[in-house]
Design a protein around this ligand. Structure first.
Ligand code: CA
Length: 236
């Protein structure tokens, strides 16, 4: 018996999806707590204090975003939103409300498990690893010295412009979480996002990827979530 199992609260009213996801999680050694509505999610959260929440947005009593907003007023517990909506605005809205990630139905088992691992790792990063004492960050071969504003991969220093550094540092501070374009633009350029600033971000990101030695289609620490934003992730 493994007492260190991660506890996952699965909030989903569709029986088929609930059964499928619960079986998948249990088969992968997670402990699963179930809720079928906004109200039961609140009760189950308070009584079990899960390590991660998988949250359907279309719940019978309230919208899932209500639960998310209330949770974020006091907790940093990772939340992965399950959405039937392929609309990018919905995803961005959930991310802006504090979701760590989203997955659009129908989704594959491997994809969901990868996103769970990534969100749990992010949470460990933000709570005790990642940012090491002395303003340092490490993720696999990547390391960042925030005080010196310098970055290395595998011991080799990567020379970035100030803007490129600011983008990478911002993503590292939110490691594992999908950061919408708007959030990155506000943090780096202190301006409201529009088409030209998104373009500017994409150009900078292309340069960062080149300097990181990423091959086309490869993540290399920064994953492009098409049409939504970017995520720093070591699981690749
Ligand atoms: Ca639903």
């Amino acid at each position: 018996m493994n007492n260190n199992k991660y506890k996952i609260l699965l909030v989903e009213d569709e029986v088929n999806i609930q059964t499928f996801v619960a079986a998948l999680l249990e088969a992968n050694d997670y402990q699963v707590i179930l809720a079928q509505s906004y109200l039961s999610a609140k009760i189950m959260y308070a009584s079990h204090i899960p390590d991660l929440v998988i949250l359907d947005l279309g719940l019978p009593d309230r919208d899932g975003t209500v639960f998310l907003r209330e949770l974020r007023q006091k907790e940093l517990t990772p939340v992965i939103v399950l959405s039937a909506r392929s609309d990018e605005k919905e995803k961005v809205r959930a991310l802006d409300l504090g979701a760590n990630d989203y997955i659009t139905k129908p989704f594959g088992s491997a994809e969901l498990l990868a996103r769970i691992r990534s969100s749990l790792r992010m949470f460990r990063h933000s709570s005790n690893e990642g940012k090491l004492p002395g303003g340092k960050f490490t993720l696999g071969e990547l390391s960042i010295d925030y005080d010196a504003r310098r970055i290395w991969i595998g011991g080799e220093e990567i020379k970035l412009t100030q803007t490129e550094y600011n983008i990478v540092a911002f993503l590292s501070e939110h490691c594992g979480k999908v950061m919408p374009y708007s959030a990155i633009i506000k943090a780096v350029w202190r301006e409201s996002p529009d088409e030209s600033s998104i373009k500017k971000l994409q150009v900078n990101m292309a340069n960062i990827r080149k300097k990181f030695g990423a091959q086309p289609g490869e993540g290399s620490y920064i994953v492009n979530e098409l049409g939504v934003g970017y995520r720093m992730d070591g699981d690749q």
